[in-house]
Design a protein around this ligand. Structure first.
Ligand code: PXP
Length: 243
């Protein structure tokens, strides 16, 4: 079954709004796991706007499922990951002024840095994934850079969901998933997914992993995190069939 990585950054976002010590992302680790999360995903941003360095340590300590660390391709971040050794690293583009990760990593344009980072982290036994737009060129570059997986950016699809252009974006994701699989890369996907737009994504060929944060945590505010994770797991288990 497709693995569900639960991105718990926004628990830290709420905490940082007050700069105090609650809510702690570790609480989210426990409840997400009770709800059936297959992975915990966190993004240690350069500006530390939500997850802090100590959260990475605490989450790695608390999690019984694999931890996926999203990070920018910078020497500082690569060294932190090499030192802390999460199960997986997903390299993402980062701009300080952005609200969230906008667009995939330009693997072609940053090839040498991405390749060096992928080598460094692979040497530590970390699974390296690259967050890319569903474009064949970027996928082929990801393979050459030494990635073992690509996380296909579903943001454009999510934005177009419910419009006549959604199918074009879905087709791009299907083609990208097929190409990545042919190249021997694991196929992951994420960004902007929610209970409404998720079912067609669950049907993507060769999809092994989803990483979902904002909408799931938003729902958890009202129904609880364990229930929210169970709900997403249910959509995955039903193979994308909408209720
Ligand atoms: N995957 C990656 C690589 C991301 O950067 C993010 C956002 O941090 C997500 C998945 C989750 O996106 P969302 O919060 O929109 O579900």
């Amino acid at each position: 079954m497709i693995r569900l990585g639960v991105n718990i950054d926004h628990v830290a976002t709420v905490r940082q709004a007050r700069m105090i010590d609650e809510p702690d992302p570790v609480w989210a680790v426990v409840l997400a796991e009770l709800g059936g999360a297959d992975q915990i995903t966190i993004h240690l941003r350069e500006d530390r706007r939500h997850i802090q360095d100590r959260d990475l340590v605490n989450v790695l300590e608390a999690a019984q499922v694999p931890v996926n660390l999203e990070l920018a391709v910078t020497p500082e971040m690569v060294e932190i990951a090499a030192d802390k050794r999460p199960h997986a690293v997903c390299m993402v583009p980062e701009k300080r002024e952005e609200v969230t990760t906008e667009g995939g990593l330009d693997v072609i344009g940053n090839f040498d840095a991405v390749k060096a980072a992928a080598e460094r982290l692979s040497d530590e036994g970390i699974l390296v994934s690259l967050f890319v737009d569903p474009e064949v060129d970027q996928i082929e570059a990801s393979l050459r850079a030494g990635a073992k997986a690509v996380e296909l950016h579903t943001g454009a699809y999510a934005e177009k969901f419910g419009t006549k252009d959604a199918n074009v974006e879905l087709q791009r994701l299907i083609t990208a998933a097929e190409r990545a699989h042919e190249a021997g890369l694991q196929v992951h996907a994420g960004h902007g997914l929610n209970v409404r737009n998720l079912p067609p994504i669950v049907e993507l060929p060769y999809l092994e992993e989803l990483n979902i944060g904002h909408a799931l945590i938003g729902r958890a505010i009202f129904i609880g995190l364990k229930a929210a994770v169970e709900e997403y797991k249910g959509i995955i288990a039903r193979g994308g069939v909408t209720r």
